[in-house]
Design a protein around this ligand. Structure first.
Ligand SMILES: NC(=O)c1ccc[n+]([C@@H]2O[C@H](COP(=O)([O-])OP(=O)(O)OC[C@H]3O[C@@H](n4cnc5c(N)ncnc54)[C@H](O)[C@@H]3O)[C@@H](O)[C@H]2O)c1
Length: 261
């Protein structure tokens, strides 16, 4: 898929690896000037130079002050922000999979701070710039687990459910200013984070992986490139009448787990 993003400035969070890196690389290939940001600044710079990005920088989406400074730096250097991709996120490690009564409170707060509050803080800061421009695209990376629940990872499900509704409420608030807000909800996607999650599941790993695959009608995980193409579509000039939409990219997972009956 090829679209025309020449002259557009994009900021991608969590762009040092996985889905964020593929998104950033894809936006570059379609002509955008892309800022690769990540909590790991060194890795962000390496990814940016490998992918042809305009800048790689450290940015922790859970740090409100750093966000204001980081967004300010991007605007000072490039003059505008046309596309924000809120991708940075963490999951619940295998060791943290617990029922609600045992779920670790600090781990709960940590995940909500990054996966949900991070989207709020980044969007808040960048929307102010986009309002002045009277245009912009905000694309949030949610998850199928923001649409359908799963056991033993309540913080992640709650955060991603929050991202889905935050996407829709921001779409309502910002439409009159020419800012379109959408989300991509990936299903299981082969990334370093995903691989670590599967591996760290210990003795459960094989059965967890097999069960996961058994519930995907297409029988395989998605690739980071497949997620990046969905983001590219929502960033494209052609998708000018789409806002408040959540695009699932999941090999059919949310279509129903009862397909065998
Ligand atoms: N991989 C999947 O199966 C899958 C499925 C659904 C949704 N997602 C979502 O896609 C997004 C990317 O996932 P991934 O699998 O590519 O993850 P990943 O773990 O491979 O990469 C995440 C990146 O985010 C960075 N990051 C972590 N905390 C950060 C912070 N506080 N501030 C800035 N950057 C931070 C990491 O350094 C890393 O580079 C996440 O929001 C995740 O929830 C992934």
């Amino acid at each position: 898929m090829k679209v025309e993003l020449a002259g557009r400035v994009a900021l991608v969070t969590g762009a040092a690896q996985g889905i964020g890196q593929a998104v950033a690389d894809t936006l570059v290939r379609n002509g955008a000037s892309v800022v690769y940001s990540d909590i790991d600044g060194q890795a962000a710079q390496e990814a940016a130079s490998g992918g042809g990005g305009a800048l790689g920088m450290a940015l922790d989406v859970a740090d409100g002050e750093a966000i204001v400074a980081g967004v300010g730096r991007v605007v000072a250097q490039f003059g505008r922000i046309d596309i924000l991709v809120n991708n940075a996120g963490i999951g619940v490690p295998a060791s943290g999979r617990k029922t609600i009564d045992q779920f670790d409170i600090d781990a709960w707060h940590e995940l909500i701070k990054i996966d949900l509050t991070g989207v709020f803080l980044m969007s808040r800061s960048v929307a102010a710039i986009m309002k002045q421009q009277k245009s912009g695209r905000i694309i949030n990376i949610a998850s199928v687990l923001g649409l359908m629940p799963a056991r033993l990872q309540s913080s992640y499900v709650a955060a991603k459910g929050g991202v889905v509704m935050l996407t829709k409420s921001m779409a309502l608030e910002l439409a009159a200013d020419g800012i379109l807000v959408n989300a991509v909800a990936p299903g299981s996607t082969q990334t370093p984070g995903w691989e670590a999650w599967i591996k760290n599941a210990g003795s459960e790993a094989q059965s967890l992986h097999q069960r996961l695959m058994a519930h995907i009608p297409m029988g395989r995980p998605g690739t980071t490139q497949e997620m990046a193409h969905a983001v590219l579509f929502l960033a494209a000039p052609e998708s000018s009448y789409i806002t408040g939409h959540v695009l699932t990219v999941d090999g059919g997972w949310t279509a129903g787990i009862s397909r065998d009956f």
